[in-house]
Write a protein of this length. Structure first.
Length: 446
């Protein structure tokens, strides 16, 4: 996926704190933060991305601040003068209402637990931040959020937007390819949350979303907005928990840090790289996947050749055409990230299960996504280094497979227990676009 940027786009305008974002497929399509959030995708389905990132020269001071205060600082830099600081503060205070603790697994290995939000997955950070941003910038204009989920995005988006005025949400997900509990967490809310189970895989759902955004009838008629990991606001929110992770380490640990990111669409890794560009001391990233290993193969061979998506235990990572990759490519192309600090690794089903068992023996109960990151980390980490693997979901979200693999019962945390008995309200459709279009107009235009 070659990407060429002209010199002009790399020039930093002196004195201006206005952050400009541009379309990675068309440099002339350049927008403000608010426009990028509202549009989601640009022309030719291109992703918006800031032209440059501001670098902290006082990183220790930043790390010493409490989570919310520090996050306001980071997001003010990322968003720029366009949004008053007090507004960003209000948004962050409503969005980041839970912690991201580091759990110690061995002397030099930690899990960054990103699953203490209302839907027990890291996507709560991006989903809640985006919902709050949109409700501020939409100023009462009606909006339809259309998004595809392979599991957790849907839940995070549904809960983040549930009950917000003037915002309707339509969520597509692959029928039968997510766990029943995962499904219940976002399909039982009702009100402004409309869910559709699609006869196809996640890539088919993602394609439907892209087609809808290309369809002016739907895009303009329903004021479409995407809330999946391509929306820039979600990505910027996620930068904050990388700082939170490092803030919990000692100075010595910070100097030799490897972070392992279990990846599907690669939004999480993109956010980590932005944190690195802003000055966070991270020595190495591991881009790990399950058998859907397009990126690890690409890093090894230089060839971008996605295979058909296969179903795995870590189903939120069952993505063979990761839609955030062009942003990582841009960071590398612009010289902001050195490619040699990125290690790719794919972990198969057998090793995923083995890693879960090894973690359990160390006294840490985990689930398949985090286990992949742990496994990849143990292959790369040297004794003098400190390793963090991202705990992207609570083990109870994948209770069926966790209980089978570990042979022990997992108790349900409250949010899951609450929805387990409720009825699934989803419509069911084929992967035919015309049907989806008709369905959307019938539920939203009445
Ligand atoms: C979404 C998700 C991932 C993958 O994150 P990306 O940002 O899409 O790479 C990993 N683990 C879990 C549990 C997820 O829900």
């Amino acid at each position: 996926m070659p990407l060429r940027l002209s010199r002009e786009t790399r020039l930093i305008k002196k004195g201006s704190k206005q952050v400009e974002l541009f379309n990675l497929k068309d440099e002339t399509d350049s927008v403000s933060f608010a426009e990028a959030v509202k549009k989601g995708l640009g022309k030719h389905q291109g992703l918006y991305f800031p032209k440059q990132f501001s670098v902290f020269d006082n990183i220790d001071e930043i790390l010493a601040k409490p989570f919310v205060e520090r996050s306001v600082e980071i997001l003010s830099r990322l968003i720029g003068d366009e949004m008053p600081r007090e507004q960003i503060q209000g948004i962050v205070e409503k969005a980041f209402v839970f912690d991201a603790p580091l759990a110690k697994v061995t002397d030099n290995v930690y899990c960054l637990e990103l699953f203490h939000g209302p839907t027990l997955a890291f996507k709560d950070f991006g989903g809640r931040f985006m919902a709050q941003v949109l409700s501020v910038i939409a100023q009462g204009e009606p909006i339809t959020i259309l998004t595809a989920t392979s599991g957790d995005t849907g839940a995070a988006v549904a809960h983040a937007f549930h009950g917000l005025d003037n915002i309707n949400v339509v969520i597509l997900y692959p029928k039968g390819k997510i766990s029943l509990l995962q499904e219940k967490l976002f399909t039982t809310l009702g009100d402004n949350i409309h869910t559709v189970s699609i006869d196809g895989d996640f890539d088919a759902c993602q394609q439907l979303v892209k087609t809808a955004f290309d369809d002016a009838d739907v895009r303009e008629g329903l004021h479409l907005n995407s809330a999946n990991s391509i929306n820039i606001s979600r990505l910027l929110a996620q930068v904050c928990y990388y700082f939170e992770a490092v803030s919990q380490l000692t100075d010595a640990q910070r100097s030799d840090l490897v972070i392992s990111v279990p990846s599907g669409n690669f939004g999480n890794l993109t956010a980590g790289m932005i944190a690195k560009v802003m000055g966070l001391p991270i020595k190495k990233f591991i881009a790990c996947t399950n058998a859907n290993d397009t990126v690890p193969r690409y890093l090894k061979t230089g060839e971008w050749s996605p295979n058909p998506t296969v179903a795995t235990l870590s189903n939120a990572m069952d993505v063979s055409q990761p839609n955030n990759w062009p942003r990582i490519e841009a960071l590398i192309e612009r010289g902001e990230i050195d490619k040699s600090m990125l290690v790719g690794d794919a972990v198969d089903e057998q090793y995923t299960q083995l890693a879960m068992k090894q973690l359990a023996q160390l006294g840490y109960i985990s689930e398949p996504h985090a286990a992949i990151a742990y496994r990849a980390l143990t292959r790369v980490l040297e004794d003098h280094e400190t390793g963090i693997f991202l705990g992207t979901a609570h083990p109870a979200k994948f209770r069926e497979s966790v209980e089978t693999i570990l042979g022990q019962p997992i108790s349900l945390p409250q949010p899951l227990a609450d929805c387990a008995g409720k009825e699934i309200l989803s419509a069911q459709l084929s992967s035919d676009y015309a049907q989806l279009k008709q369905h959307m107009f019938s539920i939203l235009k009445s």
